[in-house]
Design a protein around this ligand. Structure first.
Ligand SMILES: Cc1cc2nc3c(=O)[nH]c(=O)nc-3n(C[C@H](O)[C@H](O)[C@H](O)COP(=O)(O)O)c2cc1C
Length: 318
């Protein structure tokens, strides 16, 4: 496989600018980030607060691709224009969000079984957007035949990339990814392709090779949050990480400080830090017990004590 291009997956509420900024200061190997989705709104409602997460002054320094979710072409185009004014040349359209309230409104994955609607939307979006358009899709709501019917539509439009997460929306984030379906879809898609799903360790990444012929772009979500050294591991081919706990501690402290500079109150801060630990605790010896303690915390001072005490003699087990 040629040198892979590794992209941080958008994870709403978690991979915020505060998280991303700290991440690139502590870990190597990541090539780009996709920001969590922003819902499209009418032109008069676009304000700097809405796009705060992708304002250039809040950038981590890595290339970032903003993502929009919606099903109104005029709103999409206006938001793409606002993003272009901020300096962006590419916008991703979320056609993968599996949550029922979203898909019932024919947004996210709810559009996959509606190729005619996607065709009409893409015609207007591609004609009006000053930014290149990429899409992020799943296999369908309930069946891979849905994405297979969508592919000829995607091929008709000048997309810069198609990111495929080979699960159905009904699977949410459970069960296994369908690698054969990814390979089948990627043979039919005539745009550059990016693979996304379950890249949790080096051996899974290496096992992707026969399914990812011609693909060198990979998007990493939960696996990267659980093991922030994963891009370094993939690029070096060496699964061992030196000084993991010390580096994780430095990263944690910076994420903590980034949030503390903008969040008031112990409980909202604890909410953020609980989301943070949900992932790396999986790769720490006794991480489950530690995470249970973190979840029970009501005071930030207690939280800080628990973290310091645990990390003082923790072991990295990835
Ligand atoms: C908490 C959470 C938030 C997510 N937010 C987004 C989002 O804003 N946009 C998006 O396209 N996908 C989102 N996803 C999906 C991920 O980007 C990714 O496609 C999915 O987790 C599969 O990749 P992984 O197995 O590497 O995690 C989210 C997933 C989770 C678990």
């Amino acid at each position: 496989m040629s040198e892979p291009f590794l992209i941080m997956a958008p994870m709403r509420g978690i991979t915020t600018m505060h998280y991303r900024k700290a991440f690139v200061r502590h870990f190597q190997g990541l090539d780009a980030e996709m920001a969590p989705f922003v819902a499209t709104v009418a032109a008069e409602r676009i304000n700097p607060k809405l796009l705060k997460d992708v304002l250039p002054e809040n950038s981590s320094g890595l290339p970032i691709i903003p993502q929009l979710i919606g099903n109104n072409a005029a709103d999409f185009v206006n938001m793409a224009r606002a993003l272009h004014d901020l300096g962006y040349n590419e916008v991703n359209w979320n056609l993968g969000c599996p949550h029922k309230p979203i898909r019932n409104k024919q947004r996210g994955s709810g559009l996959i079984p509606r190729p005619e609607r996607v065709d009409k939307l893409l015609t207007e979006i591609c004609a009006g957007s000053p930014c290149k358009i990429s899409v992020k899709v799943r296999l369908g709501v309930s069946d891979k035949s849905e994405v297979m019917r969508l592919i000829p539509v995607l091929n008709r439009h000048p997309l810069s990339e198609v990111i495929v997460h080979p699960r159905t929306a009904e699977q949410m984030y459970d069960g296994t990814v369908d690698l054969a379906a990814f390979a089948e879809a990627s043979r039919l898609i005539e745009h550059p392709i990016c693979y996304n799903g379950d890249i949790n360790d080096l051996s899974f990444f290496q096992a992707l090779e026969p399914y990812c012929i011609g693909t060198h772009r990979f998007m990493l979500g939960r696996g990267l949050l659980a093991n922030p050294f994963l891009c370094e591991v993939i690029k070096s081919g060496n699964p061992k990480t030196e000084n993991a706990i010390k580096r994780l501690r430095g990263f944690h402290d910076e994420v903590f400080e980034n949030y503390r500079s903008v969040i008031d109150g112990d409980l909202p801060m604890l909410g953020k830090m609980k989301e943070f630990w949900a992932y790396p605790s999986q790769n720490l010896s006794n991480g489950r017990t530690f995470f249970k303690k973190v979840k029970k915390c009501h005071r930030l001072a207690t939280y800080q004590e628990i973290v310091s005490e645990f990390l003082a003699d923790a072991e990295w087990a990835a």
